[in-house]
Design a protein around this ligand. Structure first.
Ligand SMILES: C[S@@+](CC[C@H](N)C(=O)[O-])C[C@H]1O[C@@H](n2cnc3c(N)ncnc32)[C@H](O)[C@@H]1O
Length: 368
């Protein structure tokens, strides 16, 4: 057994290098990568695959210590898991973790994922790279069986959210948007880039769950087969106008000098019915899972992205009401919800003028 410490996550034991990351994007510290904070991300995979509810072949293509792979094999019935990593240093950890949990449905694999997916296809393919998944998406699509599921993480938050726009243009061929909607924008750029890759193979997509948390973006996509599905998917890509001075925003399926941000995925982020089937009981960070599931289930999918109370407060120059009270007020005039993107943001289908006048009405300053 390689050197390390055993941690307990969900109902699984995982041997990891003693020196490992406990937050942020993390970095390799003890030879093989492990980040404790990603327990939430692994919890989501377990809940997600349980909700799929059928036997699945799974490829955790960049598994490092095998943490996600062994959690899936141990905690999701009916899975046959391949725990793959290109690094030979990862293999002793993967083997030890299979042994530790006495798993018969998990096998180690030491391959470059490009060659793995040229040879073999799976029902569920997971990509969890350092930084951008862009160089790996095409291989992952090839490695996904008909009507399979792709799960992709991106930790290159700065380019996707517009802090390094040239890198976003290179990796994703999209113009990122800045300001309070930058994280939703980043998530939707990632999803758009996957859609454009799928279209090359006459495949479409239905997102089942997509989110921004901590330092990363993550999307779970049900692949749909055929040119017709691909065309329908392409019709959901589009551009955004956003004027920080006036807060005006709108979307368009075509690029024009005003609608200059994007392209983004403008379809739904989640399948709410699917998310309702995900059960947080017994997860490593159960409370956090419960909170996010609740946000995702109730999140409005509006044409334009999130609004933020801080953005409105600096525009209107009046202090904000409590977000819960304001969302309630918006809901009496139209539809509104909290969002998982930020605790100060909300979504609504009301026009900007209505949002501004309701903001003024709700502001504690107007009651003085
Ligand atoms: C961020 S770590 C994965 C963390 C892991 N999924 C977890 O939850 O702990 C990225 C891993 O991808 C592996 N990797 C990089 N390029 C690869 C490739 N072309 N094929 C397979 N694995 C690769 C690295 O060796 C590294 O272990």
């Amino acid at each position: 057994m390689p050197d390390g410490v055993i941690i307990h996550e969900g109902s699984t034991d995982i041997l990891v290098p003693e020196l490992h990351s406990s937050g942020g994007p993390g970095k390799i510290q003890g030879g093989v990568f492990f980040n404790e904070q990603m327990a939430f991300n692994r919890d989501i995979s377990v809940m997600f695959l349980r909700a799929v509810g059928r036997d699945l072949t799974v490829a955790d293509a960049m598994t490092a210590t095998g943490s996600r792979a062994v959690r899936i094999a141990n905690e999701v019935k009916g899975t046959q898991v391949t725990a793959n990593d290109i690094s030979p240093d990862a293999i002793p950890y993967i083997e030890a973790n299979i042994e530790l949990n006495k798993l018969e449905n998990c096998s180690p694999s030491n391959r470059n994922l490009h060659s793995l997916f040229a040879d073999e296809a799976f029902d569920y393919v997971d990509l969890d790279p350092f930084g951008s998944p862009a160089p790996f998406v095409q291989s992952a699509i090839l490695g996904c069986r008909k009507k399979g599921i792709l799960a992709i993480t991106a930790t290159d938050t700065a380019p996707l959210a517009g802090a390094h726009a040239p890198k976003c243009r290179r990796r994703y061929q999209s113009e990122p948007v800045r300001g309070y909607m930058c994280h939703e924008g980043g998530l939707r750029i990632l999803m758009c880039s996957i859609a454009r890759e799928l279209a090359k193979f006459d495949r479409g997509m239905k997102p089942l769950l997509s989110f921004y948390a901590d330092h990363y973006f993550r999307t779970y996509i049900q692949i749909e087969e055929g040119a017709e599905k691909a065309d329908k998917m392409m019709a959901l890509l589009g551009y955004m106008k956003y004027d920080m001075a006036t807060l005006e925003r709108s979307t368009s399926v075509h690029y024009d000098p005003e609608h200059k941000y994007g392209p983004f995925w403008l379809g739904p982020l989640h399948d709410q019915e699917f998310v309702s089937r995900m059960d947080p009981a017994g997860m490593a960070v159960e409370k956090r899972c419960t909170k996010y599931l609740d946000l995702w289930k109730n999140e409005l999918d509006t044409e334009v992205f999130v609004y933020d109370m801080s953005e409105l407060s600096s525009f209107v120059k009046m202090s904000p009401a409590k977000l819960a009270d304001f969302v309630e007020l918006l809901n009496t005039n139209g539809r509104a919800s909290f969002t998982h993107i930020s605790p100060t943001s909300f979504k609504t289908d009301l026009p900007l003028n209505d949002i501004i006048s309701l903001y003024k009405e709700a502001s504690p300053d107007s009651k003085k």
